[in-house]
Design a protein around this ligand. Structure first.
Ligand code: 3PG
Ligand code: MG
Length: 461
């Protein structure tokens, strides 16, 4: 296998590149500092890529390329490239400083199996397009082929490894597996904020092992930005600080609600979670999705809000529908329930045959009013089943109000990952807020105050 192996198996940019070639996007700088980024080098006392010496070294770059995909004409196609795009500043910086990039990621949950629909090969092609550079791809993340290709890289070359989770050892944080990954690189960079809440081999075992051997382990620029917005910016928020929380389950959000009640001026609740809060207030929820065993938690949150003087709003009206069993089964063998007769229920109690699926117009108006007064906004979770246009009005109204507050009153708006980002993008408003997180579970755990193993493992400065 010769030196050219990497590029022979690689992907080349398709079409005309409109992006400046990387050599011109950042000046070469022999000091190892670019001087381009004025962002503080210090995030929570961790080394960042700004201060990492990488010239001529192989850098293991853990990214979160867990992008949504769907089958199109028998091939897997990426339906949203945000997570790939957001890593480009880090990749540019590393290429510009003459690093050899060995990029690793997971895709889906293949549970240690080689699952062809979860191959990262389509991502290598997309990355080549976005970087306007060839990207080599190896259909394994450890072993001889990966080691040879990584060893043949020249400064500025880019290699993407196959899905880390094709090995069960990745999620098991297996030391022998981490050791095999360590053979591929000299320094370590973690730009996978979305996976930083996982203590897996590539996010925790590997950096710890490399650090123990004297290698430096740094946060990438995306990781730095995420921690800055979700951490520093919310530490002492400009007031009023309005928190909007949606999503299906109280149990998913209760820790973050509890923590945010210490800081927020107002908390606005939407999504199916709102119906458990209705039960906690002695209201009826009809056929809505509820967690009866979480009613006490919801009551405790309401009591804490009252004690701290936090305005805590749950919907005063809803869009409801009547669930009807079609008698058919879906691919997973579950009954297909159709939501029929969508209508506005203009009172807080939900009738017996009704299932709440979105906040109502009155609630949307009230929530929007509160949001427009905010100076800091944190939004996590849609207000309803927004994937269905009949139940998207509430989420869209909230998205519009968040954008208005950002544009008209210079509020800082931070959108915490997952579905709320999708809802914002659906409404064409994704770039009109201050910050959208690439992390779903990770942003939630971080906001809960948890230590993220992927951050903890990085080199202290
Ligand atoms: C995500 O999409 O939430 C991250 O990539 C982490 O994936 P996981 O939830 O399968 O660990
Ligand atoms: Mg997840």
């Amino acid at each position: 296998m010769g030196r050219s192996h990497a590029l022979v198996v690689g992907h080349f940019p398709k079409g005309r590149c409109t992006r400046l070639p990387f050599l011109f996007s950042f000046p070469f700088d022999s000091s190892g500092r670019s001087g381009i980024f004025s962002a503080p080098d210090l995030i929570m006392g961790k080394l960042t890529v700004n201060n990492l010496d990488v010239r001529g070294k192989r850098a293991f770059v853990r990214v979160d390329f867990n992008v949504p995909m769907e089958e199109q004409k028998g091939q897997m196609a990426i339906t949203d490239v945000t997570r790939i795009k957001e890593t480009l500043p880090t990749l540019d910086l590393l290429m510009n400083r003459g690093a050899k990039l060995v990029i690793a990621a997971h895709l889906g949950r293949p549970k240690g199996q080689r699952e062809p629909t979860m191959s990262l090969r389509p991502v290598a092609a997309k990355l080549a397009d976005l970087l306007c550079r060839p990207v080599a791809f190896v259909d394994d993340c450890i072993g001889e082929k990966a080691e040879q290709t990584a060893g043949a890289l020249k400064p500025g070359d880019v290699l993407l490894l196959e899905n880390l989770r094709f090995y069960k050892e990745e999620e098991d944080n297996d030391a022998v597996f981490a050791e095999k990954l360590a053979r591929l690189a000299d320094v370590y960079v973690n730009d996978a904020f979305g996976a930083a809440h996982r203590a897996h081999a590539s996010t925790e075992g590997l950096p710890k092992l490399m650090a123990a051997r004297g290698s430096q382990c740094a946060a990438g620029l995306l990781m730095e930005r995420e921690l800055k917005f979700l951490g520093e910016e919310l530490e002492n928020p400009a007031r009023p600080f309005v928190v909007i929380l949606g999503g299906a389950k109280v149990s998913d959000k209760i820790k973050v609600i509890d923590r945010l009640l210490e800081k927020a001026n107002a908390v606005l609740i939407g999504g199916a979670m709102a119906y458990t809060f209705k039960l906690a207030q002695g209201l009826t929820a009809g056929k809505s999705l509820v967690e009866p065993d979480k009613v006490d938690m919801a009551k405790a949150a309401l009591a804490k809000a009252q004690k701290r003087g936090v305005q805590f709003l749950i919907p005063s009206d809803d869009i409801i529908a009547t669930p009807v069993d079609t008698g058919k089964l879906n691919k997973k063998g579950q009954p297909i329930i159709e939501m029929q007769k969508p209508r506005t229920n203009s009172q807080p109690n939900i009738p017996d045959d009704g299932c709440g699926l979105d906040i109502g117009p009155e609630t949307a108006r009230k929530y929007s009013e509160v949001i427009r007064t905010a100076k800091t906004i944190l939004w996590n979770g849609p207000m309803g089943m927004f994937e269905d246009a009949r139940f998207a009005a509430g989420t869209n109204a909230v998205a519009k109000a968040v954008v208005e507050a950002t544009q008209k009153s210079a509020a800082k708006s931070i959108i915490g990952g997952g579905d709320s980002v999708k809802a914002l993008n659906n409404a064409g408003l994704g770039d009109k807020v201050s910050f959208t997180s690439t992390g779903g579970g990770a942003s939630l755990e971080f906001l809960e105050g948890a230590v993220l193993p992927g951050v903890a493992a990085l080199t202290e400065i």
